[in-house]
Design a binder for this molecule. Structure first.
Ligand SMILES: [Zn+2]
Length: 126
């Protein structure tokens, strides 16, 4: 047995490496599935929280601060306009997975993608 291992060491290492790679891929897929697509967006602006459905495409300004604007498209949401100095929020791009977050710190606004069962009522949409 020991001799066999010695003789086939190279092959064992190769197959072992391949198995590890496959295991890593499986874990990666599982992790991806653990963060499913969100169905709603929670936007906290200062002291108020607003909820929007990601099912309806559109462009809108926040109720609390209409100068901060968002776009929803294909179940994803992004900052498109904010008069902050850095525009980091706009560079965050589209968010669609549960738990993903983008923030506009100068405007005290945080966007988070959530699942349907979280948060308050569907106060506003579109
Ligand atoms: Zn910003």
């Amino acid at each position: 047995m020991k001799d066999w291992i010695k003789k086939n060491r190279r092959a064992l290492l190769w197959w072992g490496g391949l198995a590890l790679l496959l295991a890593a891929a499986a874990v990666w897929i599982l992790v991806r599935q653990a963060a499913p697509r969100g169905s709603r967006a929670k936007i906290v602006c200062g002291d108020t929280a607003e909820f929007y459905s990601l099912a309806e495409d559109g462009v809108f300004g926040l109720e609390a601060d209409p100068s901060i604007r968002f776009e929803i498209r294909d179940g994803a949401i992004r900052f498109i306009e904010s008069d902050c100095p850095d525009h980091i929020c706009e560079n965050a791009g589209f968010l669609s997975r549960r738990g993903e977050t983008a923030a506009c710190l100068p405007r005290r606004t945080v966007l988070t993608v959530i699942g349907g069962e979280e948060g308050g009522t569907d106060a506003v949409a579109g």
